[in-house]
Write a protein that binds this ligand. Structure first.
Ligand code: N5H
Length: 259
């Protein structure tokens, strides 16, 4: 048993640019010898994702569109993947969205549409993808599904608001999916990362304060990096984590244990 992912294939959903957590995961998996397939959301992202994918040491790069609000598109994307590679060994789901104006002030002001949108993209999308993976028997040799969550789903974090409620739903989904897919030797886990400067965090009010508090209070007195999250994903994808499912691993310099 080792950390090598040689001969294994993984789907990475949610790379936006080189600061993305999904990109940190891609680099860790690629260094371990994995073959990667990327999906992106919307044409705006395509060029970036292709460029990044091409920069990896891969024989061939597969980059596909996947609008995770559209069940037909999810099915088509994963059918394309099946046609091309036959089966996959794992999936990293690094997708979330909420309307910016609802990530500030009172949670009470969340609209029905904003609530549904945040839940559809940030939580249901994992279930939708897992469902298609099972329908297509895409992880027929077993596999590992990893999603990204955040402390704001476990407890109140200022301004996280509807995203916190969506992450709580995602966290619960991880457990139910782990139970459904365990019989097929598919493990489902979440990584709860500390705050990292990514495109999705850009322009979010109060983000600098969150970073500062983390540096002051976290047991390791520092922030975490995309690479550290990537290496934890590598562990979860590998056989070393074969006994772990339905779990959330905090990669946050210990911050969640404080206060
Ligand atoms: C407590 C905090 C800070 C306040 C809340 C931040 C929540 C961020 C997550 C969501 C996913 C950000 C988001 O949807 C922003 C969009 O409204 C606008 N941005 C975009 O559309 C960009 C271009 C694209 C790439 O973004 C997405 N998401 O598609 C939490 C922070 C300390 C930690 C954090 C930042 C957590 C997290 O969940 O990301």
């Amino acid at each position: 048993m080792n950390l090598s992912l040689e001969g294994k294939t993984y789907v990475i959903m949610g790379v936006a640019n080189k600061r993305s957590i999904a990109w940190g995961i891609s680099q860790s998996l690629s260094k371990a010898g994995a073959t990667l397939i990327f999906t992106y959301a919307g044409e705006r992202m395509e060029k970036n994702v292709r460029q990044l994918a091409d920069s990896l040491d891969q024989e061939e790069t597969m980059v596909l569109p996947c609008d995770i609000t559209d069940d037909n598109e999810i099915e088509k994307t994963f059918q394309d993947i099946k046609d091309k590679v036959g089966h996959i060994d794992g999936l990293a789901h690094c997708i979330a969205f909420a309307n910016k104006e609802e990530l500030d002030g009172d949670y009470l002001n969340t609209t029905r549409d904003g609530f549904m949108l945040a839940h559809s993209i940030s939580s249901y999308s994992l279930t939708a993808v897992a469902k298609v993976i099972r329908e297509l028997d895409l992880m027929k040799e077993g596999g590992s599904i990893v999603t990204m969550t955040y402390l704001g789903g476990e407890r109140i974090v200022k301004n996280y608001n509807v995203m916190g409620v969506a992450k709580a739903s995602l966290d619960a989904s991880v457990q139910y999916l782990a139970n459904d897919l365990g019989k097929d030797s598919i493990r489902v886990n979440a990584i709860s990362a500390g705050p990292i400067r990514t495109l999705s965090a850009k322009g979010i009010g109060g983000f600098n304060d969150v970073l500062q508090e983390m540096e002051e209070k976290a047991p390791l007195n520092r922030l975490v990096t995309q690479e550290e999250v990537g290496d934890t994903a590598l562990f979860l994808m590998s056989d070393l984590a074969r006994g772990i499912t339905g779990e959330t691993i905090h990669v946050d310099a210990g911050y969640n244990k404080v206060g």
